[in-house]
Design a protein around this ligand. Structure first.
Ligand SMILES: NC(=O)c1ccc[n+]([C@@H]2O[C@H](COP(=O)([O-])OP(=O)(O)OC[C@H]3O[C@@H](n4cnc5c(N)ncnc54)[C@H](OP(=O)(O)O)[C@@H]3O)[C@@H](O)[C@H]2O)c1
Length: 370
């Protein structure tokens, strides 16, 4: 269905608008919808459920009925008020979501009603280099996100999702999936047989593990929990280390790799892990600087990296083009994201609390709608 207005129409403009909104609400089935909003409290935000009008789309816009949204550690940081960026008051939380196109505006070429889609993390990064404009377009903070029954998007901010994935599975891809993909295949060139080190069993790390295993590489993963480590073996980890019982885990990494070190690290731990990541790196290896779970800080030893011809680079999720490249790989290997738990829409605050408690592995999802 394409909703468009025709310039040659002789009916009054207000009549046309009324007709348009009647047509849209009949097609969409409602005049109002529910969404969560970020509401300022102390130095952070709380989630508040609101009933709002179904958004009207204009030329170039696409209306998506969201079926699932997923959580990232960033969403906790946004609520705590510690995530950089502008004021998020009144905006819809969560960067990640997937759903179905239910209306398209004039001039939309790439999507049609019924398409299964996910939103990109950055609303304004189609391809090419990262830019200030892209940086300012991260959803779920100072730009509205996906925890709503319907969202308005543009062609540049949506991708088609692989057929073998449910909406819940696809909702986990935009941030954690694309970040892990770029760390392994764009910032570096992962080859079969190489060692990949993952820190902890959260979203980015579990995607990194699955991608590495699918590519024939050898994932080594750390966790604070032996039970979680047992699960990672089922996902393809060739080496597991409990970083609580083995605080000098970089030595274990060396033992597991016959003192060669790992070819890739997805560095999500931050100040507590960055030095250990550097101590674990192999000649010619690459450290993807991704996160600060223990706080940003710590130092990378220049001489240590130089002496091994190793490199490190910062990753910030990725573009729509990166998301599409990742989807080709996910489709080829029929990778299924690891979902720990799905919460109903009404229990979104409980889902965020569950993330804060860190008892999960992989991804946490919120089902939207019935
Ligand atoms: N730069 C980017 O583009 C980008 C994209 C996505 C995420 N990030 C950042 O990357 C980090 C991970 O994000 P996420 O969404 O994957 O997190 P997540 O799903 O919340 O992962 C949390 C898990 O990480 C592990 N963990 C916590 N503290 C740790 C530490 N000090 N050392 C090692 N592991 C630790 C724990 O696993 P166990 O229970 O197994 O110990 C915890 O359950 C965050 O800082 C996030 O902001 C950055």
């Amino acid at each position: 269905m394409t909703i468009s207005t025709h310039k040659h129409h002789r009916l009054p403009h207000t009549f046309l608008l009324a007709l348009f909104s009647l047509y849209a609400s009949l097609a969409i089935g409602a005049d109002t919808m529910q969404q969560y909003q970020l509401v300022k409290k102390d130095s952070g935000y709380v989630l508040q459920l609101a009933t709002v009008p179904v958004p009207a789309i204009t030329a170039g816009q696409i209306l998506v009925k969201v079926h699932a949204a997923s959580l990232n550690r960033r969403d906790v940081f946004v609520l705590q008020g510690s995530y950089p960026g502008g004021d998020a008051s009144g905006n819809v939380p969560l960067s990640d979501g997937a759903g179905e196109v239910i209306a398209v505006g004039k001039d939309v070429q790439a999507f049609k009603v019924g398409d299964r889609v996910a939103g990109t993390f950055f609303a304004l990064w189609r391809d090419g280099k990262f830019s200030p404009a892209a940086l300012a377009s991260a959803r779920g903070g100072s730009v509205s996100g996906m925890l709503a029954e319907m969202v308005v998007a543009t062609e540049d901010s949506l991708v088609r999702i692989p057929d073998h994935l449910t909406y819940e599975e696809a909702s986990t891809l935009p941030c954690a999936g694309v970040t892990a993909w770029n760390a392994l295949f764009k910032a570096a060139h992962l080859q079969a047989g190489e060692y990949v080190l993952l820190e902890g069993t959260g979203g980015v790390s579990i995607f990194g593990l699955q991608f590495a295993a699918a590519a024939g590489a050898k994932p080594i993963i750390t966790s604070s929990s032996d039970d979680k480590l047992a699960k990672t073996r089922e996902l393809g980890a060739v080496g597991t280390i409990n970083y609580k019982t083995k605080p000098d885990w970089e030595k274990e990494v060396m033992t597991l790799t016959n003192n060669a070190g790992v070819d890739h690290v997805l560095e999500v731990g931050g100040q507590d892990t960055i030095g250990k990541a550097a101590a674990s790196i192999a000649f010619g290896g690459h450290i993807a600087l991704i996160g600060g779970l223990s706080g940003f800080g710590g130092n990378l030893p220049a001489l240590g990296l130089m002496g091994r011809g190793a490199s490190a680079s910062g990753i910030y999720v990725g573009s729509k083009a990166d998301f599409e490249a990742m989807n080709v790989f996910i489709d080829k290997h029929k990778i299924k994201p690891v979902i720990d738990r799905v919460f109903p829409f009404a229990e979104a605050p409980a889902a965020l609390k569950y993330m804060e408690e860190s008892g999960f592995i992989g991804k946490i999802v919120i089902k939207v709608g019935s």
